[in-house]
Design a protein around this ligand. Structure first.
Ligand SMILES: NC(=O)c1ccc[n+]([C@@H]2O[C@H](COP(=O)([O-])OP(=O)(O)OC[C@H]3O[C@@H](n4cnc5c(N)ncnc54)[C@H](O)[C@@H]3O)[C@@H](O)[C@H]2O)c1
Length: 380
């Protein structure tokens, strides 16, 4: 039997995303079958040694520390996986690249543009694989949308609408979390948190942006802060962007935590000269496609949007488990994103989304922030 290549991961942060990444890594052999590499979360670092040790014991992680450097400088570790708050990403990347580690970084790449560009340039000048986890790109329906666009089935894209809606800021009794604090999340608040996802998707599917005009919203200027005292909201709770792409398509993007009644509602619609697409993350198994070449006939014929069943139909090595026809959920995008990254590390060949892709998203967010500040359109 040939020996599998071991890929050992040092996981930084074990909050919501740390747990998600650990789940994805440990379940890869189920989702992707027999792989030529074996990946393992080898070490975990949180701010408290007690928490790291509890996590390590619960999830079978060999090494528990409370210092990022203990994992970054550990010779047994190949990959640093960044699942910490946004303002920490850049400094971690500098140290991890200096130590020659491959890096997977959660979105957004950084909390501001200058750091994101520095990270992209450090990554480009290294021999390391450096990727951003834009998990939604990896859903089967989003991949199918990309395929249809590349095949020309939409013709020329004329317009688009991307929305990522949560209701988390509408509960005024809820304490502010770090994603609503500019010094930790970044000045754009929800723009960096939810907005980075839909900007990445819009660029991935519709192409690079040329201009944006944007407006932010803070509906609740004071709420209880993390320490329990009154706190003045300093990061937007909603962000609205009008955009134009280099190819001349126009569109809107809304990132909001002020949408009462929503859950994790990421939706998009793309309208072209020959067809259109619609997708909703709350129905991730389906992509809706309208083919303008199919004529409407008396009683309807076959005209109208077709609901394509994307479900778990991933190309090999994924797709056979649980079953191509089995429903997929939000976690699957993370599993596929982590598989794509680890396979890049194994192959020694960088795959998208790269740090340059992450920095480009940050450039659009920076232009949106500048537009919001003075009310004028900004070039990207
Ligand atoms: N791709 C996605 O769907 C998605 C979803 C949520 C969050 N994220 C991203 O993942 C990253 C982590 O977010 P999360 O939701 O897991 O956060 P979280 O608050 O749940 O966890 C943060 C982790 O970082 C550690 N940490 C280290 N230094 C810290 C500090 N100074 N302040 C606060 N925590 C510190 C904490 O101990 C904790 O383990 C962020 O960049 C976020 O944007 C991505």
């Amino acid at each position: 039997m040939t020996e599998k290549r071991e890929i050992r991961i040092g996981l930084l942060g074990f909050g919501f995303m740390g747990k998600t990444h650990a789940f994805a890594v440990s379940n890869l052999p189920y989702y992707c079958g027999v792989l030529p590499f074996h990946a393992q979360v080898y070490g975990v670092a949180t701010r408290s040694l007690d928490k790291s040790m509890a996590v390590a014991a619960e999830f079978g992680i060999p090494l528990a520390v409370d210092s990022e450097d203990a994992l970054i400088n550990c010779p047994d570790i190949d990959v640093i996986d960044i699942c910490t708050p946004n303002f920490l990403h850049a400094d971690t990347v500098r140290r991890a690249l200096a130590a020659g580690k491959h890096i997977l970084c959660e979105k957004p790449l950084a909390d501001d543009l200058s750091k994101a560009e520095e990270m992209a340039s450090l990554a480009a000048g290294s021999d390391c694989i450096c990727s951003v986890l834009f998990n939604n790109r990896h859903l089967s329906a989003v991949r199918r949308a990309k395929q249809l666009i590349e095949e020309g089935r939409l013709g020329r894209i004329l317009s688009f609408d991307f929305r990522y809606l949560h209701n988390s800021c509408t509960d005024t009794a809820k304490k502010a979390g770090w994603k609503q604090i500019a010094d930790i999340c970044g000045k754009g608040g929800v723009l960096l948190d939810l907005g980075s996802h839909i900007i990445d998707l819009a660029v991935f599917l519709c192409g690079k942006f040329s201009k944006v005009t944007a407006k932010s919203q803070i509906a609740f200027p004071t709420r209880t802060g993390m320490d329990g005292s009154e706190w003045k909201t300093d990061a937007p709770e909603a962000f609205y962007i009008l955009a134009e792409t280099e190819s001349g398509a126009h569109g809107s993007l809304t990132a909001s935590k002020l949408a009462v009644g929503t859950n994790d509602d990421l939706e998009f619609a793309i309208y072209g000269t020959k067809g259109s697409l619609r997708f909703s993350l709350m129905e991730p198994n389906y992509l809706e496609f309208y083919d303008a070449d199919v004529a409407h006939e008396p009683y309807g014929g076959f005209g109208g949007f077709t609901r394509i069943e994307c479900a778990g139909r991933y190309p090999a090595p994924a797709g056979s488990f649980p079953s191509p026809k089995a429903a997929q959920g939000w976690l699957r995008g993370h599993v596929m994103g982590i598989y794509t990254f680890l396979n890049s590390v194994y192959m020694g060949k960088q795959d998208a989304p790269t740090f340059a892709d992450g920095a480009y998203v940050q450039r659009i967010m920076d232009a949106a922030l500048a537009s919001d500040a003075d009310g004028t359109e900004k070039a990207v």
